[in-house]
Every structure is written in C-alpha cells, then in structure tokens.
Design a protein around this ligand. Structure first.
Ligand SMILES: Nc1nc2c(c(=O)[nH]1)N[C@H]1C(S)=C(S)[C@@H](COP(=O)(O)OP(=O)(O)OC[C@H]3O[C@@H](n4cnc5c(N)ncnc54)[C@H](O)[C@@H]3O)O[C@H]1N2
Ligand code: MOO
Length: 403
C-alpha cells in the first residue's frame, strides 16, 4: 500500500472546497462558544464623553492651588449634564457620570473638605486625574472582534456594551459519528462475552467535534456487515455535512468501510498516509459533503479526527485554523519508532513563558492507549526525516486544549 506523505495529505485537505458561508442570527446570550460570522465594529467610542472614574468634584486643574471652589450642584451618573464650569466652580460628579464642560480633572471626595457650599483642597491631584477620556477603550470604527473568532466571555461583554442583541454566527457543521466493528459494544449495552470491547471512539470524537463547534449526530455502533454499514452511511450522509466512522479501514477480512465509502458514490480524495498512528485514514468527498474513515484504535481515531476532521469543521465555521501548534523544547531524549510522521502524546509544561515537553507516565505501546491523552497532554509532531531526538531539541506540538 503506497502511503501519501503527511504534508501532502494536509495540502490536499486544505485544497478541498468547503462551504463556509452559512450563518444564522442568535441572541447574544445563546452565542457562547459559537463562531462569529461578521466583524464586530465599534459604532461609537468608549466612552463617548469624558467620564468620571471616581466619586468627587469636577474641577479645572488650574483651580487646585489651595483656594476654595464653589459647588454648583450634583451630577449623578446617567444624567446628561449640560452645565459648564468656570474658574472657581465645581460640580459634584460621580463614578460613571459624564464630566461637565469646562472641567478637566476629577478630585476625589477623600481629597477635599466641604464648607459652606465650597470645597477646600486638602491634597491636589494631577491634571486629567480620574477622567476617562473619549475613546479610552475603543474608537468609533475600530474592528473590535474579527469574523471567525470563537465567542467567549470577553466577546459577549464587548458585544453587550455595543448593544448587539442578536449576533451573526456561522451555522454549526453537522457531523455524524459512527463506530464500526462486531466486537464493539455501545455505551450501556450488555456484554455477552469477555472478548467484546466497549466502544469509546464515537464518544471521544463526538466530544472533540462538539468542542470544535460542530453539531454532532451520534449514530452509535454498527457491526462488520457490509449492508448494515452501507445503510447507516447512507442515512448519515442524508443529514450530515461530514460523516466520520471508525474501524474497518485496514486489510482484514471484515474491514468493509474502505469498500463501502466508494460504494456510496463518494470520490476518495486519499487513502493511506505515512503517519503513526492512523496510516489507514481515508478521506472522501461526495458533492458538498465529506466522509472520513478513521482507523479503529482509540488513539488512532482521535489523532486522525484532530488532523483530518477538525480542519474541515474549522473551515466550515470560517475559522483560520483548527488548533494551535507551538514550538517546545524536549526535556528528555525521544526515541522515534517509525519512518512515518509521528504524533506522540506528551506532557506540555510552561516554564517562564517557554513550552517544554516530557513523556512522564506516557505508555509506549499500540495505538489503543487513549489514556495517554489525559491530563495536560499535547501531540508532539516528528517528521519522516527525523530520527531519535536528544533532550533540548526543539519540536512542534499540537496543543489539545481550546479547540
Ligand atoms: N495485517 C495488517 N493488520 C493491520 C494493519 C495492517 O496494515 N496490516 N494495520 C493496523 C493498524 S496500523 C491499525 S490502526 C488497525 C486499523 O484497523 P481498522 O481501522 O480496520 O480497525 P479495526 O480492526 O476495526 O479496529 C482496530 C482496533 O480498535 C478497536 N476498536 C474498534 N472500534 C473501536 C471503538 N469504537 N472504540 C474502542 N476501540 C475500538 C478494535 O477492537 C481493534 O482492537 O489495523 C491494524 N491491523
Ligand atoms: O494506523 Mo495504526 O493507527 O498506526 O495503529
């Protein structure tokens, strides 16, 4: 079986045309975790007027020379103060109030004594003190949040401040997930013999895709039966943008998925990539939809889900990239196991702003070991040309948080 180099498989994936223009309007309060389908531009500056940031007296700084200053009255927050002060005058002004015209400084209540309708300055403050200038936060016309951004708490707050009651977000791509294999038992199903294996792949992948912004259609498990597999794939294709299956793509007598996918009328983009784990991965396209046949092993299916499904989901959402790759330094020697591009579960530590990689408690074995991805794990990438690597070598790692 000839295997495609990893870099070429990624280029081919990247060249696939993906429909990235579908969007909907949702209430701001329902938009957490969704992906913005438009730039958020400030319609006004923040603040729109010079605004007090302390409770005190709005004054002319040149008056703070020890003289007493006459209080004209109160200016509570929210009132549209129209008065202008002249030299020798002040207005009691509160945190959040628009500053009166003529005032350039706010002297706090704690710094003055009030006597006979006047303030006496006990301790002066610098010019402009406790006044938020126009545009302190942003100016009208500033692009505050870019299209393609995943909405988090800060984005929600900024959009609320701009009175975005509704938000235009990318439609969630629909991803159907299927586990194949006669030996696998779906969650909660009774076991009839100890050789059966509890299915984890369809749940791992569903969680991974949901975390990446997709809507998941969980289709459970199907046995190694050509007709049943064909039937479940046809159903999946009728309702999903991407169909992702695990198992049945290698060379065994019961590996039917690799034959069923072309039988669906899907065009195989590639099958077999020089990666470890996941060399049997199959990517196919049918019109605007995609079918991914991932290998059955739990670690292989998760890694190939990250490498081949997440970029499609990200593109459909209009996001720039599916995951973050950072440069890190090996804290220990690393033994490469194959001549393929390898994705090795590792621990990532941040020390003084730099990433370091170690393999403490990571087991070396088959591609079934999903527990290697627990804790603060990442995937270290070593290329086809790499051999064993010495401590302190710089490597690239895929961070597995914040998809
Ligand atoms: N003669 C060869 N044998 C194998 C080759 C090969 O090239 N020649 N490739 C090996 C590699 S590498 C992989 S990866 C697997 C991939 O095989 P399949 O995709 O056909 O997967 P299965 O055989 O169906 O399952 C493999 C393994 O994973 C377990 N599994 C399956 N589904 C689930 C699930 N939903 N949850 C948890 N675990 C699952 C399954 O029980 C098997 O143990 O083929 C190698 N063989
Ligand atoms: O393709 Mo397999 O995933 O190398 O174990």
């Amino acid at each position: 079986m000839s295997l495609l180099p990893y870099e070429i498989s990624q280029k081919m994936l990247d060249m696939l045309h993906v429909n990235a223009s579908r969007n909907e309007n949702v209430p701001l309060s329902c938009s957490l975790g969704r992906v913005l389908a438009e730039d958020i531009v400030a319609e006004h500056s923040d603040p729109q007027f010079p605004t007090a940031s302390m409770d005190g007296y709005a004054v002319m700084h040149s008056d703070l020379d020890g003289r007493s200053i006459t209080i004209l009255g109160d200016n509570p927050a929210g009132s549209y103060e129209q008065r202008t002060i002249n030299s020798g005058e002040c207005i009691k002004t509160f945190t959040g109030s628009k500053m009166p015209g003529g005032a350039d400084t706010l002297i706090q209540i704690e710094n003055v004594t009030v006597e006979d309708g006047k303030i006496i300055i006990n301790e002066s403050v610098p010019k402009g003190s406790s006044v938020r200038p126009i545009g302190e936060g942003y100016r009208a016309g500033d692009v505050l949040i870019k299209k393609g951004t995943k909405i988090g708490f800060a984005q929600i707050g900024v959009m609320a401040a701009l009175n975005h009651v509704m938000v235009k977000v990318a439609l969630k791509p629909r991803v159907a997930v299927i586990s194949t294999g006669s030996e696998i038992l779906d969650l909660g199903a009774n076991s009839s013999n100890p050789a059966q294996i509890r299915s984890s792949n369809n749940y791992t992948l569903a969680a991974l895709f949901e975390q990446s912004g997709a809507e998941v259609i969980q289709l459970g498990t199907v046995g190694d039966d050509r007709d049943s597999i064909m039937h479940i794939f046809q159903n999946a294709l009728s309702c999903a943008d991407i169909v992702v299956s695990t198992g049945g793509v290698s060379v065994g007598d019961y590996d039917f998925v690799k034959d069923v996918i072309p039988g669906l009328g899907a065009e195989v983009v590639f099958k077999g990539v020089a990666i470890k784990p996941g060399r049997h991965v199959l990517v196919a396209k049918k019109e605007q939809k995609f079918v991914l046949g991932l290998p059955g092993f739990a670690y292989s299916s998760t890694v190939t889900g990250i490498l081949y499904a997440l970029p499609l989901i990200a593109k459909m959402l209009g996001r720039e990239r599916a995951y973050n790759i950072v440069e890190a330094e090996l804290s220990e020697d690393f033994k490469k196991r194959s001549s393929f591009t390898e994705f090795t579960a590792c621990n990532v530590e941040i020390v003084k702003g730099r990433y370091f990689v170690n393999f403490k408690d990571k087991k070396v074995g088959s591609s079934a070991i999903l527990t290697n991805m627990l804790d603060s794990s990442a995937l270290m990438i070593t290329g086809e040309e790499d051999g064993n690597l010495l401590k302190e070598t710089r490597v690239n790692v895929i961070l597995l948080e914040n998809f």
